[in-house]
Design a protein around this ligand. Structure first.
Ligand code: NI
Length: 188
């Protein structure tokens, strides 16, 4: 297994709709193992394949739920259905979200309270997950990655401008920048 560099916003793969997985082979198995390892090392609660430069519709997640249960898995070729997204301003304290492709930053974003995810696993067995609260947020965030959307693309003002400024200040927002979990400094 290999920890892979995580692409930072600006890399075109993060801003492109990912492709359906059609080949369920050993290469896919290795990719998913690397995704788990990279997510764990980062650490993060989710990781989508485009974040490691692979333009495929796959994400992994790892979430310790409020009830103490551990939720960990992979979803390949997911579909997502959610409840309505509330229209009021997001709360900084309880609704600030982060992303490994915008590392070290957090901004608040409204998400739907509940989500249903379907798809398949590595053995092409059906996956069906019903989630609420932060677990539902993770699925919305990861699914967006597969659509080429980062959470910072969805922010309301003033946070949208703050995120834009931060990305510019950090020298991100262009191709070729990544970071390797386990190493302190940014690559590229
Ligand atoms: Ni993310």
């Amino acid at each position: 297994m290999t920890i892979r560099p995580i692409c930072i916003t600006g890399n075109p793969v993060l801003h492109t709709k990912a492709l359906e997985v059609t080949e369920f082979n050993e290469e896919l198995r290795v990719l998913v193992q690397d995704m788990y390892e990279t997510m764990d090392e980062a650490p993060g609660v989710g990781l989508a394949a485009p974040q490691i430069g692979v333009n495929l519709r796959i994400f992994v997640y790892d979430w310790d739920a409020e009830d103490g249960s551990a939720q960990r898995g992979v979803v390949i070729n997911p579909t997502l259905t959610t409840s309505a997204v509330p229209t009021e301003q997001a709360d900084w304290e309880s609704e600030s979200e982060g992303c490994l492709s915008v590392p070290g930053e957090r901004f608040p974003l409204k998400r739907a309270e509940s989500a249903v995810v379907t798809g398949v696993d590595l053995d092409q067995n059906p996956v069906h997950i019903e989630a609420t609260g932060w677990f539902a947020r993770i699925f919305q965030h990861e699914f967006d990655h597969l659509e080429g959307i980062l959470y910072v693309d969805k922010l309301s003002e003033p946070y949208a401008q703050e995120a834009k400024d931060t990305i510019a200040e950090r020298g991100w927002g262009k191709d070729g920048i990544s970071w390797l979990p386990g190493e302190e400094k940014l690559e590229g």
